[in-house]
Design a protein around this ligand. Structure first.
Ligand SMILES: Cc1ncc(COP(=O)(O)O)c(C=O)c1O
Length: 451
């Protein structure tokens, strides 16, 4: 095949661009996912396309669970719905024994509809409406109280329902990392956490049986978890000894990093990110210094990102290329920030589906939106791509298909590759009716008369 000619260009030499690991000059190739060819997936399901690997989901889940269970068998995971609440995905986690963690009435209903026992739903978040709380308390779900106003509502509901429900409280604290997530829950360091325990004890309407924290996201320090655990254990002792509560579980939330790369991250992820085994050893060591497995509390995690990110791929197609006035090459693909909100925080890895010859060039990747902010990568070395070429974005399994938005474009289909390499559609591509069905066009504004 005749190679396309491109005229020579003069580029400015930008010093400081490469780092001590050198400048990446090759694009890794991914032409299949779990043995299914990317080309085949695109021709059958269209582009762009989200693809999830069941094999990766299960493998990662089992690795995470075992990393903790081998030291502390009373460890459990609760699937963080907001990370990815597609029915098929959540069901796989439930089939692995994960309970559910939700942060809204919508997510609560979604988990119940999927068949999760309400007692196996952890209900977090700062915005639980009274009706939703009433339902969760009546159902016996694990309600985690976020603030004093919520506590008052729960105490009122306990009277109304004539029950003495078990509840847990969310705690925020300084764990040595920044930024400190202090907007959710009760603060440990200023004594607020003890005040809430005291109040629950004094009012006698509720039973405190759990302590919860979620210290942040993409937390790169295993020590931060140990520090959080140390503070939760102090509260555990206080609640049991001074206030006579039996604390049945500690919940350390989510926050473990995936293998994605933060924009501000200097070192490559393979070096910067500790393994889950390192986190597990740090956490369970400290736990076992304080409890025996028999007498200790149950330990929960609400891990989202680290479990699902690697299992998700976004397949895309080059729509056009152009030369920018600053000489950078621009590539316009059919997947933008409408599908990848996460690209605002991450330099998501870009893979080719075939090998390319010739020199690599500093390029910018734009999405399809007619919006200046629609940039997938500001600066990346790319070969000479032409319309119709494919790129794979990975990992994109976390938050992609929940934070995506129907903006300018419709949302594409999502498929799952099963463990025996079958491709199943788990969400069809949207069409105009999906967007317009909830709309109401008052008669006087209708341009076309109904026939
Ligand atoms: C309360 C709570 N639990 C769990 C998670 C999941 O966190 P991650 O995806 O970082 O594991 C979040 C996410 O922000 C959260 O707010």
């Amino acid at each position: 095949m005749k190679e396309r000619y491109e005229s020579p260009i003069i580029t400015k030499n930008i010093s400081g661009f490469s780092n001590k690991f050198g400048m990446s000059s090759k694009l890794d190739i991914l032409d299949n996912i779990d043995g299914v060819r990317v080309e085949k997936l695109l021709s059958e399901y269209g582009s762009p396309l989200f693809v999830f690997s069941e094999k990766t989901i299960r493998k990662r889940f089992q690795r995470y669970l075992n990393a903790f269970k081998r030291y502390y068998p009373k460890t459990h995971f609760a699937w963080s719905y907001k990370t990815n609440y597609l029915q098929a995905i959540a069901s796989i986690y439930h089939s692995e024994g994960s309970i559910a963690e939700v942060v809204s009435d919508f997510e609560y209903e979604k988990a119940k509809k999927l068949g999760v026992d309400p007692k196996d739903i952890i209900y977090n978040g700062p915005f639980k409406k009274e009706d939703s709380l009433r339902k969760a308390l009546r159902d016996g779900s694990k309600v985690h109280v976020d603030h004093f106003d919520e506590l008052s509502t729960i105490e009122k509901l306990a009277d109304e329902l004539n029950i003495k429900p078990k509840i847990a409280i969310r705690i925020n604290m300084d764990t040595g990392i920044a930024p400190q997530w202090s907007r959710f829950g009760f603060n440990y360091d200023n004594g607020e956490a003890e005040r809430v325990i005291k109040r629950i004890h004094r009012n006698g309407k509720l039973i405190l049986n759990g302590l919860h924290t979620h210290i942040g996201t993409f937390v790169l320090s295993p020590d931060a978890y140990k520090n959080a655990l140390a503070k939760l254990i102090n509260l555990y002792n206080l609640a049991q000894e001074k206030y006579d509560f039996k604390i049945e579980y500690l919940d350390l939330g989510g926050g473990f990093p995936s293998k994605n790369r933060l924009k501000a991250q200097y070192l490559p992820s393979a070096i910067a990110i500790p393994s889950i085994e390192q986190y597990a050893e740090k956490i369970t060591d400290y736990l076992l210094d304080n409890f025996s497995v028999e007498d200790g509390p149950d330990l929960y995690f609400e891990t989202g990102r680290a479990l699902i990110d690697e299992a998700g791929y976004l397949l895309s197609t080059v729509h056009a290329t152009k030369r920018m006035p600053d000489t950078r090459r621009a590539v316009i693909i059919d997947a933008g920030v409408n599908l990848l909100f996460t690209s605002f925080f991450y330099d998501i890895k870009i893979l080719a589906t075939k090998s390319y010859h010739g020199t690599m060039e500093n390029s910018i990747i734009y999405g399809p939106l007619c919006m200046n902010i629609d940039v997938i990568r500001e600066s990346i070395q790319l070969p000479y791509l032409t319309p119709g070429d494919n790129l794979v974005l990975h990992p994109v399994g976390a938050y992609g298909v929940t934070q995506w938005m129907q903006f300018i474009q419709m949302r594409p289909a999502v498929v799952l590759i099963t463990e025996n390499k079958k491709v199943l559609k788990i969400r069809r591509a949207e069409n105009i009716d999906d967007v317009e069905n909830p709309e109401i066009l008052p008669e006087q504004y209708a341009l076309v008369e109904e026939i």
